[in-house]
Design a protein. Structure first.
Length: 448
C-alpha cells in the first residue's frame, strides 16, 4: 500500500496533490467569506432592527458596556475579529484532538461538515451570527489536521521546504479565487449566491479528499548530524521573541480584510477605465501578489546565496516587520496628500505589495526557525503556537477597528504601522543577539 511519502526529489505525489487541493477549496470558501463578512454585516445583518438577528442585540450591549456606544461599522469589525480569532484558536486545538483521536482524516471530515452547517445557517440573516460559530470551529479543525498531514509526506528538511512552498502556492490560489468569485457574485447577484458558492467549493474539496485514500504514514527521516545540539534556554527565548514579532506583524497585516475594505470602498478610486473594481477583489490581488512574490523572493535568495550572502530566518522576520510598517505608512501618506479626493489605485497596490512582501518573508521563516531549533518532541506544540498569529491578529483588528471612526484616518494607519514596527524592533534588539547565542552554542557543541 502506498504510504504517501515523497521519495527522492519527487514532491507532487497523488497524496500531496489531494491534500493541497483540499487546502485550495478550504481557502476558497474561507477567504471568499472573509472578504465579504464585514460588508455583509454592515449592509445587511446589522442594518436596521437588531432584534431580528439572533445574538446581535446581546453582542451590541456587551460591546457598549466595554467600549461605550459603538457604530454599526465598529460592531461589524468586532464580530469579524471574534469570528477569525475563533478560527485560529481552533487550529492548535484541532491538531491536538487529531493527535488524541488518532485519525486526522476523520477530523478533516468533521471540520468540513461543521463548515457546511455554518454556511447553511448564514444563508438566513436571522441565523447568520450563529452560523459563524460552526463555520469558524470547523475551519480550525480542518486546517489544523490538514496541514499536519503534509509534513508526514517528506523524508528530509529540504524536501519538506519544497513541499510546503508548493502547498503555500495552492493555499494562495484559493485566496485569489475565493474573493474573486464570491465578491463578483455578491456584487452582481447578492450575498446568498456568494455563500452558496463557498459551500459548493467546500463540498467539492471534501468529495475529492474522501476519495484520496488512507491517512499518510510518516516518511523515514534523514538522521540529523551528531553533536548539533541547541541551548534550550536561548532557543526558547528566541522562539518567544520571533513569535511575538510574527503576532505583531500579522496583527497589522490583517486590517487588509477588515477596515481597509470599508475605507477603500469610499476613499480609493476603484475605477479602471470605465469599469469599477469590486472592493473584495483586493483580497484576490493579495493572493496574486503573494504568489508572484514567492517566486521572486526565492529567485532573489538563490541569487544572493550564489554570491555567498545568506539571509537567515531571524533577519527575514525583521525585514518582514519593516515592510509591513512601510505598507501602512504608504496609506497614511497617501491619505494625507490626497485630501478630500479619492486615493489613486496605485497607492493601494503599493500598500498591498509591501504587506505581502512582509508575509512572504515572515511565514516560511517562522516555520523554518521552529523546525530548526525547537525540541523535537515539542515541534508540534510550537507549530500550533505559530498559527495563533491569526488568533491574536483577529483580536487586534476587532479591538482597533472600534477606533476607526474615533480618530483621524492617517493616525489609524500610523497605529497599524507602529504595531508592525514594534515587532521589527523587538527582533532587532533581542532576536538577533539570541540568534547569535544559539549559533555559538551549536558551533561549540559540534566542534567538541
Amino acid at each position: 500500500m502506498e504510504s504517501g511519502a515523497a521519495t527522492d526529489d519527487k514532491v507532487l505525489t497523488s497524496r500531496f496533490l489531494a491534500l493541497a487541493a483540499m487546502e485550495f477549496w478550504e481557502r476558497f470558501a474561507m477567504s471568499g467569506m472573509k472578504s465579504l463578512l464585514v460588508l455583509i454585516l454592515v449592509d445587511h445583518v446589522l442594518a436596521g432592527n437588531l432584534s431580528r438577528v439572533i445574538g446581535a442585540a446581546a453582542i451590541r450591549d456587551a460591546s457598549a458596556a466595554l467600549f461605550g456606544q459603538v457604530s454599526t461599522t465598529g460592531l461589524a469589525s468586532q464580530i469579524y475579529g471574534y469570528a477569525n480569532a475563533l478560527i485560529y484558536l481552533s487550529i492548535p486545538l484541532g491538531g491536538l484532538i487529531g493527535d488524541m483521536v488518532g485519525s486526522r482524516r476523520t477530523m478533516v471530515a468533521c471540520g468540513g461538515a461543521s463548515m457546511l452547517i455554518g454556511l447553511t445557517m448564514m444563508l438566513g440573516e436571522r441565523s447568520f451570527l450563529v452560523g459563524l460559530v460552526p463555520f469558524a470551529i470547523g475551519t480550525g479543525l480542518l486546517k489544523g489536521n490538514l496541514s499536519a498531514q503534509v509534513g508526514l509526506l517528506f523524508r528530509d528538511e529540504a524536501q519538506r521546504r519544497r513541499g510546503y512552498a508548493l502547498y503555500l502556492g495552492f493555499l494562495n490560489a484559493g485566496v485569489i479565487c475565493g474573493p474573486l468569485v464570491c465578491g463578483a457574485l455578491a456584487a452582481f447577484a447578492g450575498p446568498a449566491y456568494a455563500i452558496g458558492a463557498a459551500a459548493a467549493a467546500l463540498a467539492i474539496g471534501l468529495l475529492f479528499y474522501a476519495r484520496s485514500g488512507t491517512e499518510p504514514s510518516r516518511a523515514k527521516a534523514v538522521a540529523a548530524p551528531a553533536g548539533s545540539r541547541t541551548d534550550p534556554i536561548a532557543a526558547t527565548a528566541l522562539l518567544i521573541v520571533a513569535l511575538v514579532a510574527v503576532y505583531l506583524c500579522y496583527s497589522a497585516y490583517d486590517q487588509l480584510s477588515n477596515i481597509f475594505l470599508v475605507w477603500a470602498r469610499t476613499r480609493v478610486d476603484l475605477r479602471l477605465g470605465g469599469w469599477t473594481m469590486p472592493v473584495a477583489w483586493f483580497l484576490s490581488l493579495d493572493g496574486a501578489f503573494t504568489l508572484a512574490l514567492i517566486g521572486g523572493s526565492q529567485w532573489a535568495m538563490r541569487a544572493l546565496e550564489r554570491r555567498g550572502v545568506a539571509i537567515g530566518a531571524v533577519v527575514q522576520i525583521l525585514l518582514g516587520g519593516l515592510f509591513c510598517a512601510a505598507g501602512y505608512l504608504v496609506l497614511a501618506i497617501g491619505g494625507a496628500t490626497s485630501g478630500d479626493t479619492a486615493l489613486p489605485l496605485p497607492w493601494a497596490f503599493g500598500y498591498l505589495l509591501l504587506i505581502d512582501a512582509a508575509i512572504v518573508l515572515i511565514w516560511p521563516s517562522g516555520l523554518s526557525l521552529i523546525a530548526g531549533i525547537a525540541p523535537g518532541r515539542l515541534v508540534g506544540f510550537w507549530m500550533g503556537l505559530f498559527y495563533l498569529h491569526g488568533f491574536f491578529a483577529s483580536l487586534w483588528v476587532g479591538f482597533s477597528g472600534v477606533f476607526y471612526e474615533r480618530m483621524a484616518i492617517g493616525h489609524f494607519w500610523l497605529l497599524q504601522a507602529g504595531v508592525a514596527g514594534v515587532g521589527a524592533l523587538l527582533v532587532l534588539v533581542a532576536g538577533l543577539p539570541l540568534m547569535r547565542a544559539v549559533r555559538t552554542r551549536q558551533a561549540t557543541t559540534t566542534s567538541a
